[in-house]
Design a binder for this molecule. Sequence first.
Ligand code: HEC
Length: 151
Amino acid sequence: MKPLASSFLAAVVAVGLASAAQADDNTLSPAAEAGRQEFNTYCVPCHGESAKGDGVAAAALKDKPADLTMIAARNGGRWDATAVAETIDGRRDMPAHGSREMPIWGKFLGQDAQDETDQESLIQGRVALLVAYLETIQAEAPEAPREGSGK
Ligand code: HEC
C-alpha cells in the first residue's frame, strides 16, 4: 500500500510541477487567483468565462454585459483600479443612464460579516480581489507580443 500511495503522490507532484512550469507567465498572484474564483462564481453567468460579455444569462438582459477585457482600452489604456472597484461595488453609482442591470455587488459581498466595520472591509477586500483579477485579463498589455508559444 505504501509504495502505491507514495508513487501516486509523486505523480501528483510531477503533474503540479509540470503545469507550474508551463503556466509560468500566466500564473496569477494569490489575490488575482482568489479574484478569479470569485469571478467564476458571481460574474461568469453574465460576463462569460472569457469576460467578454458572452455569459449564458447575457441574452436575457437589455444591455449587453460589458467586455471586461477592454476596460483599460476603453479608458485610453489606463487601468483605474479605484473606478473599477466603485463600478463593481455599485453602492455609490449614480444611475446616469437609466437603471443599472448589473447587481450592486457591494450589497451582497458583505453578507457574511459579523458587524458593520467587518462588513465594509469584507466588501472592499472581495472587490479588490476581483479588481486584481480583472487587471490581469486586460487586452493590450503594453508589452506582450504573444506570438509563438514558447519556442
Ligand atoms: C446579471 C448580469 C451581470 C452579472 C452577474 C455581473 N455583471 Fe457586470 N455588468 C453587467 C451589465 C449588463 C453591464 C453593463 C452596464 C450595466 O448595464 O449595468 C456590466 C458592467 C460591468 C462593469 C463595467 C465595465 C466598464 O467598462 O465600465 C464591470 C467592471 C463589471 N460589470 C464587473 C462585474 C463583476 C466583477 C461581476 C461579478 C462580481 C459582474 N460584473 C457580474 C451585467 C452583469
